[in-house]
Design a protein around this ligand. Structure first.
Ligand SMILES: CC(=O)SCCNC(=O)CCNC(=O)[C@H](O)C(C)(C)COP(=O)(O)OP(=O)(O)OC[C@H]1O[C@@H](n2cnc3c(N)ncnc32)[C@H](O)[C@@H]1OP(=O)(O)O
Ligand SMILES: O=C([O-])CC(=O)C(=O)O
Length: 371
């Protein structure tokens, strides 16, 4: 209708930006990242390669990769007063709220805070990528009064992150699964959190504000918070039969089952979930833990049969993290840590070609009232 712009609840199907970063090609079942298939990147490259690809637009040369690794190692410690802010949070604080506070508190320490050039934003994104794993791994320890774990500079980025999370030096197989999870979480076109970050950046606000907003978005169970919810459901069930019963009960009460469905892949399997399912099978083999894998398959069959819905990434990332020995409360913070690369790329792109986001509404309220 002329004069009346269309309203789509949840902005479903609306194109909100032009981008060269990524695209979900549902027909081709491909997640395109800077021209590459994300799943192929996860099979053949490491998370640091994908970070460089996202921030610089191309895969790194060996020299660029080494320079990135050195920078990430150098910047991985937290300023003392950020540690003391994290220590003062009440023990009940959700790990995503602690992460949001930590990122926000880091802003004032960054000499490039007000530099919105691509180079300035890249430097900030790399500092965040260096420090976020240290916050994620330590905020849950600090609020319980436990001793923080220092980053190990002799380990690769992913090995160190996993080491800080568990306190144990990981095996090669564990590092591979964790690194792949970081890659598949690194970027995904225009989810709610990336949209939130771009909306914030579009006011010419800074990268720290944009990422802080994205943390708040990602905390919700309809988005990143689902990975933790999946694990609590699997643990509550403890067996295939119980899981089926719990899921059927939830569906009968019209509740949502976490880890299933997706705005873009509602009637197809999320390609990232398939990769994490493979990683789960390998880890289950390595650890002699078939039960969790079999339970997940049961859940998948129940949802297929009852609702025609497929698992999303969170459904299979959660049990992978469980077998890696990672505390459940930091599953969503890990998602954000990995996604910082994509968020950095989106803020760089938004600032490079900015127009303020400012949509309109369809007004349904009264008019003409007298005060
Ligand atoms: C990595 C990620 O962040 S992926 C997303 C992680 N989030 C989750 O796993 C939470 C569970 N999933 C969901 O809630 C949804 O599938 C979302 C939020 C991801 C997508 O939601 P939307 O695109 O808004 O779809 P919408 O909510 O309209 O659902 C469409 C239909 O499918 C049903 N549905 C969708 N997901 C689920 C689910 N997980 N469990 C049960 N029913 C579901 C809805 O009830 C609805 O049915 P109806 O038409 O009979 O009312
Ligand atoms: O794309 C989405 O809406 C959510 C998602 O899977 C992600 O952010 O990885």
């Amino acid at each position: 209708m002329e004069g009346k712009p269309p309203f789509r609840p949840g902005l479903e199907g609306i194109v909100a930006a032009e981008t060269t970063i990524s695209y979900l090609d549902v027909e081709a079942e491909e997640i395109v990242v800077r021209g590459y298939d994300l799943i192929e990147l996860a099979r053949k490259k490491s998370y640091l390669d994908v970070v460089a690809l996202l921030l610089d637009g191309r895969l790194p040369t060996p020299e660029r990769r080494l320079a990135l690794q050195a920078q990430l190692r150098e910047d991985s410690d937290l300023p003392e007063n950020v540690v003391s802010i994290l220590k003062r949070l009440p023990p009940e604080t959700h790990a995503m709220d602690a992460l949001r506070t930590g990122i926000s508190a880091l802003a004032g320490h960054d000499p490039d805070l007000e530099d919105r050039t691509a180079e300035g934003n890249r430097r900030k994104a790399v500092r965040l990528l260096a420090k976020i794993p240290t916050i994620v791994a330590n905020s849950f320890r600090l609020k319980k009064g436990e001793t923080p774990v220092s980053p190990r500079r002799d380990l690769s980025y992913s090995a160190n992150f996993l080491y800080m999370l568990t306190g144990q030096e990981p095996s090669e197989g564990e590092v591979k699964a964790f690194d792949q999870s970081l890659i598949v979480y690194s970027e995904h076109e225009m989810p709610n959190s990336t949209f939130a970050a771009r909306v914030i950046a579009s006011t010419q606000s800074d990268l720290y504000g944009a990422v802080t907003g994205a943390v708040a978005s990602l905390k919700g169970t309809l988005h990143g918070g689902a990975n933790e919810a999946v694990m609590y459901m699997l643990l509550e069930a403890g067996s295939k039969d119980n899981l089926e019963r719990i899921m059927l009960d939830k569906l009968a009460r019209k509740e949502r089952i976490m880890g299933f469905g997706h705005r873009v892949y509602m009637k197809k399997m999320d390609p990232r979930a398939l990769l994490m399912k493979e990683a789960l099978a390998e880890l289950a083999e390595e650890k002699g833990e078939r039960m969790l894998y079999e339970m997940c398959e049961t859940g998948e069959q129940v949802m297929q049969r009852e609702k025609g819905l497929f698992p999303n990434l969170d459904y299979y990332a959660a049990p992978v993290y469980y077998l890696l020995g990672i505390p459940i409360e930091v599953y969503t913070p890990i998602f954000l840590a990995a996604r910082t690369a994509g968020l950095g790329a989106h803020v760089i792109e938004q600032h490079a070609n900015n127009r303020l986001f400012r949509p309109r509404v369809r007004y349904l309220g009264p008019r003409g009232l007298t005060p």
